[in-house]
Design a protein around this ligand. Sequence first.
Ligand code: G3I
Length: 350
Amino acid sequence: MKTPSRGFSAACILLCVSALTVQTVTAQPLRELAAKRGVLYGAAVGAAFWKPDSSYRDLLARECNVIVAENEMKFDLIEPERGRFNWTRADDLVAFAERNGMKVRGHNLVWHAQSDWASKLNAGRDEMIAVMRAHILAVAGRYRGKILEWDVVNEAIDDGDDYLRDTFWRKAIGDDYIDLAFKFAHEADPHALLFYNDYGGEGMNTKSDKIYRLVKDMLARGVPLHGVGIQCHFVAGEIDTAGIDTNIKRLAALGLKVSVTELDIRLKLPADGAMLARQGEEYRALMNVFLKNPTCCTAFLTWGITDTYSWIPQFFKGYGAALPFDENNALKPAGKGLRDALSAAVPDGK
Ligand code: G3I
């Protein structure tokens, strides 16, 4: 055999090996890449989980090392009538997570929405405190030791000029309903990390200033609070990553963790290649901000995983394509953005 063909074979082998390596890297699930960086990637699990088609469950199991119930742990779904609990679906999700080596975020214990019967009670302070305490002790108690982070209070800040949203909980109990919820959650599950979760206060703005004030004051009062969830329901082209970085850093300076709890970036439909590519850049930039703050940021969740199942088209007519995987469970540029950020060289400070 002539020497040139030997060189040629060696080059071929090298090419094949690197092609294989590239393929292995690009085919690596997000959860594995996240684990290598010491963080969690996951998604909200919707009602499609209980459909006979298993491809959705397979996708979640392959890509996520943390999940959260999109609805199934919320007040009305888990306690449909006072004192009557429906654990079936929440139990299913926790068992699924355990089988697949995933962590679970709990969402949520106290909110003004999806709490129909409680909102209509018209009870006084003591009775509403009793309702809240019984709910939290039952729910957080049942999953004691199994929940990484609980969204204890969700969306308590007012969107307008007021400080606190005037929810039925606040009207009945007073401003201290928030502190009480955290105390009850800590009583129910002393090891869970307890979060305040909200939207619209991701970057530096009036709402995030109010969230900052809320959590700083709670810490000063000795309330068992461990983190802030920044939901991150974004519209493509309107994301201030520098502001998000600044906000994360000021929360971290209080000693709090910050999780990305509900990320999606909605596009006006139909989405073309350029829009999807730009959305991919935005996903990548957000993951990079998250990875730049390793001491406080460990859980990064999208609100759904595939565009087949997303709350966006129902709530924002004409919008969609907001998630990392497409209707065929294939990785979109958005998912590639996450993957590229997670696979990239470790940034300064990590
Ligand atoms: O449970 C009923 C069911 O009985 C009925 O057949 C069906 C018919 O439409 O509706 C079901 O209720 C729906 C519920 O989700 C459970 O699937 C409601 O219509 C629907 O409005 C509700 O939407 C959820 C929404 O929260 C409620 O505010 C979305 O799926 C969920 O993605 C969304 O999640 C919130 C987070 O919890 C907090 N942050 C914002 C985020 C997006 O709004």
